[in-house]
Design a binder for this molecule. Sequence first.
Ligand code: PEP
Length: 254
Amino acid sequence: MTRRKFLAGNWKMYKTVAEARQFAEQLSRRSTDLSVDADYAVCPPFTALQALRVILPSGVLLGAQNVHPGGNGAYTGEVSVDMLAELGVHYVVVGHSERRQLFGEGDEFIAQKVEAVLQAGLIPILCVGENLNQREHGQTLQVVANQTQTALAGIASTALRALVIAYEPVWAIGSGLTPTPAEAQQVIAHIRSVVGENKGAAVASSVQILYGGSVKPGNIAGFTNQPDIDGALVGGASLAADSFADMALAMNGR
Ligand code: PEP
């Protein structure tokens, strides 16, 4: 199966509404650099979703960085899948390592989020990845397999037609360090085989699996040229429209 390439920007806690609007205007000027053969998304803070919805160039979809798995309820400070869907959100980042590390989110809670996102008809971008200690102890494949299995355990294969996984080694996020493309390919091929063993060959061959961690215009193609790597989830280098467009060009071999 031919999978589409996907470039997703995770803006973390950056950009006011005014700054987000400026990004959209600048990216619109580069819209011819965004090949229609690939998928694109930006994941701004919640506060900028509504403004971006109407001004992003066509083909660039909206993602959210987080969600609470409950419906309406007494969860002060949280946002539900229905609230995101109403704003035109397509993707929701789930299980980002900053959520796991800084906000204590565990695999079970992340699994609930994946389920809630799918039930609302949105697409989870499930983040998995080992920390430095785990890498140094040779545990990378085991860690990503466990995270993937737990997050998808309660979900029927038929519900997984639209799923994105991002392999993001924790030590590579925001550090300027990366695995080699061949190392990332090996881990991502393993994640794909774990999906296949648990959810069947059809899901394994359709799931888009991205690499994330210090991706920039100069190194993205090395990753996305690998056979199992379907794109990139990018933090810092997705904040500038020109850098986003340059990564799109490189990812698409232009
Ligand atoms: C991220 O936030 O998911 C990420 C990969 O960040 P960066 O590209 O800045 O390493």
